[in-house]
Write a protein that binds this ligand. Structure first.
Ligand code: MLC
Ligand code: AMP
Length: 557
């Protein structure tokens, strides 16, 4: 974050200087306040007609209204004001355009969370391009697939990752590969200081794409979810109202910003309301507890709350100002809800959503009871129904697959019309793959999954992808990958494998080591069991339920 302001200072002092001088964090803000102010107040041509559906235009209205209010504050004491953020977004917009990114082009970013990446995100929206963030845990092999599929015009990665990708650039028609480091420095930041902060926002229709987010699937291959400006605008408007956001809010943000929860829920609600964000590069207990007493809003995956509760230092005093505590992305155990209430006096608001749909349901904020183990009511404007696998709506109160329709539902899978067709009903409902029931009062509970999916610490892992990788290893007969109860991550990935007779079967550590070259760390089995054979049903299908029963205490004891 501090790198941003250091860069602005360099740009002003050297009038178009090409390098960003590294400045110790603590010295940056006092020294550069005036230059940032100058940058932020320079003339812009941002005024666009009211019909523009670009999400940026909507966010910008709130950010402009916030003026010189603090947008971001980090644990090291540095801050960034809204006027500074807007100025930076305009510079990055000019930078990306100069790198060849046109409206509709993908800008792929695999970089650690920093304020520079927030500016890049805003700039991508501003130029009408499509933001394509990737989990930083993805390996080079996974990145190769994403690049081939998304065909980005601009790719932003860490300095360490760039050399291996350079050869790809011409083969995959990438215009530019720029770098971005965890501290927010990198070639993309250096470039931004060569560009002016005058930029006219590119107008978008509601159906134009704003983002492409990859989500893995039952086939083992990740699919790009095409997310439109309308999807994002409708969801942030709804959440802002439903959860009672205002410019006086202070949002504690410790989620990654390459997925929906951190990017479209936590960041959007803060920016859309001109609120202040307490910016944490990741969830780390001590800094989070130090900032919590200043926060009015906190959002997290269940692992955040179980970790906080297992820390004896965490007390009600930390939550003095909290008015809203959100949990989602994975099931929040009822016992966690109850324990949080007992420790802090606060009822966590559990909500339910997906990459493809943004937020779908939420427990009530102001009107009604928050019930542990339920995900609340469909959000205003969002329709939900429960159906059989064949698409027949089930009797009231019966379990089935949750289907959802509304302005929040994505436009389909990137370059994959067959999969899109498969996952939508003819009347426009999207088939979530989650098993749910709706109570007579309309309250939704997620009771299971129709899809073979593991959610570990809020990250999705599709067993098929891991099984394909294990099956490709020498000496392996067949692998079955399952999710087992895990005290920290909710579910932990485990594999049960057979060998091939007459061949030497790799041992657990070898299998994990080989997989680690190909798969992101969070997808790696934390245990691998080698067995003589897998349990099968009469049809010859592996009985994963049996395996889950057999190994259920693996991570809990
Ligand atoms: C880290 N590890 C994980 C893991 N996170 N393993 C499984 N599952 C995870 N989620 C690995 C690390 O690489 C490390 O491996 C070991 O586990 C211990 O790591 P750690 O240091 O304890 O983990 P940490 O870095 O603290 O990360 C844990 C976490 C993080 C929970 C803070 O995973 C996280 O921020 N999760 C949030 C995910 C999220 O935002 N989901 C939203 C998706 S959007 P080793 O080998 O080095 O020991 C969505 C829609 C919706 O779902 O509804 O919101
Ligand atoms: P993702 O593909 O990462 O967007 O993950 C979406 C999935 O997370 C959903 O389909 C659900 O299975 C799960 N999910 C999100 N929120 C909740 C919740 N509150 N309770 C249970 N599951 C959830």
């Amino acid at each position: 974050m501090s790198a941003l302001s250091a860069g602005f200072a360099a740009a002003r002092l050297h009038a178009g200087a090409l390098t960003c001088k590294k400045t110790p964090t603590s010295e940056i803000f006092p020294a550069t306040r005036s230059s940032l102010h100058a940058a932020a107040t320079s003339e812009t041509s941002d005024d666009v007609p009211m019909t523009d559906a670009n999400l940026y235009t909507r966010l910008e209205a709130a950010m402009k209204a916030a003026g010189r209010a603090v947008a971001f504050a980090a644990p090291d004491g540095t801050t960034l004001r809204y006027d500074q953020l807007l100025s930076a977004a305009r510079r990055f917009a000019n930078t990306l355009t100069a790198l060849g990114a046109m409206p509709g082009d993908r800008v792929m970013v695999q970089a650690e969370k920093s304020l520079t990446s927030v500016c890049i995100y805003l700039a991508v929206l501003k130029i009408g391009a499509v933001y394509n963030p990737l989990n930083t845990a993805y390996t080079a092999a996974e990145l190769d697939y994403f690049i081939g599929d998304a065909e980005p015009t601009v790719l932003i990665v860490s300095k360490a990752a760039k050399p291996a990708l350079a050869a790809l650039a011409s083969a995959k028609k990438i215009n530019a590969i720029e770098t971005l480091e965890p501290d927010g420095t990198g070639s993309i930041l250096d470039l931004a200081f060569r560009h002016s902060d005058v930029h006219a926002t590119v107008q978008r229709t509601p159906q134009d794409l704003a983002a492409l987010l990859y989500t893995s699937g039952t086939t083992g291959r990740s699919k790009g979810a095409m997310i439109t400006h309308e999807n994002l605008v409708s969801n942030v408007e709804t959440l802002s109202r439903y959860w009672g956001f205002s410019s006086t809010d202070v949002v504690l943000h410790a989620l990654p910003i390459f997925h929906v929860h951190g990017l479209f829920v936590a960041l959007h609600t803060a920016l859309f309301n001109g609120a202040k964000t307490l910016w944490h590069a990741k969830f780390e207990m001590d800094p989070v507890l130090a900032d919590l007493p200043s926060a009015t809003v906190m959002m997290g995956v269940p692992t955040f709350y179980t970790r906080m509760l297992s820390n004896p230092k965490f007390t009600a005093d930390h939550c003095k100002k909290l008015r809203l505590v959100i949990a989602g992305s994975a099931p929040l155990l009822a016992e966690t809800h109850v324990a949080f209430k007992a420790r802090t006096g606060l009822d966590i608001v559990e909500r339910y959503g997906m990459t493809e749909t943004g937020m779908i349901t939420s427990n009530p904020y102001s009107d009604g009871e928050r019930i542990a183990g339920t995900v609340g009511f469909p959000l205003p404007g969002v329709s939900v129904r429960i159906a059989s696998p064949e698409g027949k709506v089930v009797a009231d109160g019966a379990p089935g697959v949750l289907e959802v329709k509304g302005p929040n539902v994505f436009a389909g899978y990137w370059r994959n019309p067959e999969k899109t067709k498969e996952d939508f009903r003819p009347d426009g409902y999207f088939i979530s793959g989650d098993l749910a029931v709706i109570a007579p009062d309309g309250r939704v509970s997620i009771v299971g999954r129709a899809k073979d999916l593991i959610i570990s610490g809020g990250f999705n892992v599709y067993p098929k992808e891991i099984e394909d990788e294990i099956n490709a290893l020498a000496g392996i007969g067949e692998a079955a990958v399952i999710g087992l109860p895990h005290p920290d991550f909710g579910e932990g990935v485990a594999a049960v494998v057979t060998g091939i007779s007459g061949q030497s079967v790799p041992v657990e550590a070898e299998i994990i080591a080989k997989l680690s070259v190909r798969l992101a760390k969070f997808k790696l089995p934390k245990r691998v069991f080698v067995v003589p054979e897998l349990p099968r049903n009469a049809m010859g299908k592996v009985q994963k339920a049996e395996l889950r029963k057999l190994y259920q205490v693996t991570f809990t004891s």
